[in-house]
Design a protein around this ligand. Structure first.
Ligand code: PDD
Length: 308
């Protein structure tokens, strides 16, 4: 309804503020501040996780917390909280931000731990300080059905990142530059290649289908061990779909019958254009359709509290 001129201001605020968690307190996002001397800000010295929650229920939480632990170990930072404390914080955030995520209450939790605030800027670790712990949750929408019918465009790029890509570090500048290069080329993702081997996307893992078999590169220090990737492998095994973790050359990628990207926020998306060429007939493939159905069923089981 249009307000008559001169009438009172609308009672509903123009935007709803997210609740966030920062160092022990829940507060509106606009009140959450950290000192500029935080090592996350100065050095990118920290790690993060992104955890989906469907219908308010956390998805694969133990897997995400295990990967968080591995990332913290990788940067020699002690985990500031135990599993129950993390779980309580996330559930509280999901509840506080629920209204913004209706009708289905699907959200993604973001958490970040940095080495904290040091007295002076010095690359070496400071004397023990308290890590900065930040978490929030945001509404998550279902993957766009039109986009899924069409698939995505991707380009291949040389992987310019470091040798510890298994750590989910907040230092994401190479990923940012690579993704932007893809966007500049009208593509949704950059698929990274190192020594002619396909590694992963700038913010996703990769699968190809070759003669009905699903192939994905093996975990190692050059890629992030994706939680969605692991679930796809589990679902393939459960449903008898042939699947192998194996090196994939750029030539194999270019002649694949199907290409998919996986991540917590994008789930499983088909790539139908690679470097400007159609992948197969340029439409999402049958193996992807089958796997997406299994993934959707798993998500629904989480929503109903029958899986985690
Ligand atoms: N990124 N590889 C990279 C480099 C990633 O950044 C991500 C996810 C993945 C997929 O991991 P998972 O299935 O656990 O989400 C692989 C998140 C979503 C992000 O940075 O926002």
């Amino acid at each position: 309804m249009k307000a008559a001129s001169g009438s009172a201001l609308p009672t509903k605020p123009c935007c709803t503020l997210n609740s966030v968690y920062l160092n022990g307190a829940f507060l509106p996002i606009e009140d959450a501040c950290i000192p500029v001397t935080d090592r996350g800000f100065l050095f990118g010295d920290g790690v993060y996780e992104v955890i989906p929650a469907y219908g308010g229920r956390l998805f694969r939480l133990p897997h995400h917390l295990q990967r968080l632990q591995n990332s913290l170990d990788g940067i020699r930072l002690e985990n500031p909280l135990n599993e129950n404390q993390w779980r309580e914080i996330f559930n509280e955030l999901l509840q506080r931000n629920q209204a913004q995520a209706e009708p289905n209450n699907d959200q993604s939790v973001y958490l970040q731990v940095t080495r904290g605030v040091a007295a002076k800027r010095d690359h070496a670790f400071p004397d023990p300080v308290k890590p900065t712990v930040y978490a929030t949750s945001n509404p998550m929408t279902e993957p766009d059905s039109k986009l899924l019918e069409r698939g995505l465009a991707a380009i291949t790029l040389e992987d310019i990142r470091w040798q510890y890509c298994n750590i989910k570090s907040i230092t994401l500048l190479p990923n940012v530059l690579l993704r932007q290069q893809a966007v500049d080329a009208d593509a949704a993702e950059a698929i990274l290649v190192r020594n002619n081997l396909v590694i992963e996307g700038s913010a996703s893992n990769i699968f190809i289908v070759h003669k009905g078999e699903i192939l994905t590169p093996p975990n190692g220090n050059y890629m992030l061990p994706g939680i969605t990737r692991d679930l796809v492998l589990e679902l393939a095994a459960q449903h008898g779909i042939p699947c192998h973790e194996t090196d994939i050359s750029k030539e194999q990628l270019c002649s694949a019958d199907e290409i998919w990207l996986t991540s917590s926020t994008r789930e499983i998306v088909p790539v139908t254009v690679l470097d400007g060429q159609l992948v197969n007939d340029g439409r999402p493939g049958a193996v992807w359709k089958n796997m997406s159905r299994h993934y959707r069923d798993y998500k629904n089981a989480v929503r109903e509290g029958k899986a985690e």
